[in-house]
Design a protein around this ligand. Structure first.
Ligand code: NAD
Length: 256
């Protein structure tokens, strides 16, 4: 039987890269995201890799929609082996001007959604005596940067949750780990490059070099494939003792 993976935010950026890697490994995939072409993306990957797919555009701001997304996955495939809590948003502002609704949305999508999805998947994973929960946190789950109060709070919170779920899941062969990337060139970051160029009166190239990659020892964006490869490793049967840990894929940022 092919294993099943649900990846939130898998119709863009890092989530899509993770999905492509799981597809190569023969997993059936529940795609998810707000992109208008999400179903088409899922269908293309299904055709190329001869796997079964589903697609949902559940809004992660709503706990009931998240529960429904997990239930739909289990209904569609009859199982759920791997949950990748990947979807996330960003907003950058000094705290005194930080709009409350932006703060609340970042906490809801980047942190609370991982709780609701993991909670909803738990019973099925317990029945299977197999579960792999992979949280896409960030180097900002390990380190802070100014003007990112909401994001850094949410990403640190996810790492705390990861440790708790690892402890609770241990007796059921449910593992939970976090991946903490540095900067990855995705639509989320391309938006930030434009905003920062305006804010600092710099060219976009200068922003990449002088602002974004300043804290990374390796002056390159983290390749999406590296994150996807790590997710595949964490999902393996043999990874049962790898749990409660955060893996920094950050070009040496958090080594400092
Ligand atoms: P992205 O913008 O390319 O993709 C985000 C995905 O989340 C999209 O599919 C989007 O539709 C979905 N999403 C956003 N809001 C949603 C909502 N309310 N309901 C349902 N889906 C929603 O971003 P990305 O760069 O690929 O980021 C993926 C994850 O990686 C995020 O958690 C992000 O914080 C994390 N991350 C990114 C970087 C980076 O440099 N890009 C670095 C570290 C961590």
């Amino acid at each position: 039987m092919n294993k099943t993976v649900l990846i939130t935010g898998s119709t863009s950026g890092i989530g899509l890269g993770i999905a492509q890697q799981f597809a190569k490994e023969g997993y059936n995939i529940m795609f998810h995201g707000l992109e208008a072409n999400g179903q088409a993306i899922a269908n293309d990957i299904a055709k190329t890799h001869h796997i079964k797919v589903g697609f949902s555009n559940a809004n992660l701001l709503q706990p009931e929609a998240i529960e429904h997304l997990v239930a739909k996955t289990i209904d569609t495939f009859g199982c759920l082996h791997v949950l990748v809590n990947n979807a996330g948003i960003q907003f950058v502002s000094p705290i005194e001007d930080f709009p409350n609704h932006k703060y609340e949305n970042i906490i809801a999508i980047n942190m609370n959604a991982a709780f609701y999805a993991s909670k909803a998947a738990w019973k099925q994973m317990k029945i299977q005596q197999f579960g792999r929960i992979i949280n896409v946190s960030s180097v900002h789950g390990l380190r802070a940067s100014e003007f990112k109060s909401a994001y850094v709070t949410a990403k640190h919170g996810v790492i705390g949750m990861t440790k708790v779920l690892a402890l609770e899941g241990a007796e059921f062969n449910i593992t939970c780990n976090a991946i903490c990337p540095g900067y990855v060139k995705t639509p989320l970051v391309e938006g930030q490059i434009k905003d920062q160029a305006k804010a600092h009166s710099m060219t976009e190239d200068e922003v990449v070099e002088k602002v974004m990659l300043k804290k990374q020892a390796v002056k390159q964006f983290v390749p999406i494939e590296a994150i996807a490869d790590m997710a595949i490793l964490l999902a393996k049967d043999s990874s049962t003792t790898i749990t409660g840990t955060s893996f920094a894929l950050d070009g040496g940022w958090s080594a400092q």
